[in-house]
Design a protein. Structure first.
Length: 156
């Protein structure tokens, strides 16, 4: 049986990334024409690591940063979200090993300031970490959002 790779191994596996490609035809109705950067997982982690305590960033902010860095029209919405999840998993592995300086993944939100249920510990853990840093988290239906998240957003 094949051994499952750790989150850390997934984070450092660049797979010939980053690369800039033409926006695929299936994405053009939503994103238009131009180029799309598919980042390396570690690039997403590096941006997430720069978010200081009390501040927030969204996946879309990360995508914009990556597009700027690589001279692309947009950052890939699919891989950026997947790589943020990988960074979160690697951070939890680091913390379990006793490392103190981990990627503060809980400061990375989905669009509109929404918490990410796919992060380790789900929205309850992310909510607790954000509240501990001074943010207010509200429930809307079955989803959770940081109140007035725009005030705490950083551009990297």
């Amino acid at each position: 049986m094949k051994k499952r790779r750790s989150w850390r191994e997934k984070l450092t596996d660049a797979k010939d990334l980053p690369k800039v490609v033409a926006i695929p035809p299936g994405m053009r109705p939503q994103w238009g024409t131009g180029t799309l950067v598919i980042p390396a997982p570690i690039e997403v982690d590096q941006i997430m690591r720069k978010v200081p305590r009390g501040k927030l960033i969204t996946i879309n902010d990360i995508r914009e940063t990556l597009a700027r860095k690589h001279g692309a029209t947009i950052g890939c919405p699919i891989t950026t979200g997947i790589f943020a999840r990988i960074a979160a998993g690697a951070a939890e592995e680091d913390q379990a090993e006793g490392k103190k300086r981990i990627t503060p993944y809980w400061r990375t939100l989905k669009s509109g300031g929404e918490l990410n249920p796919k992060y380790p510990g789900g929205v309850e853990d992310q909510k607790a970490r954000l509240v501990a840093e001074g943010h207010t988290v509200l429930c809307r239906g079955k989803r959770f959002f940081v109140q007035e998240y725009e005030r705490s957003r950083v551009r990297i």
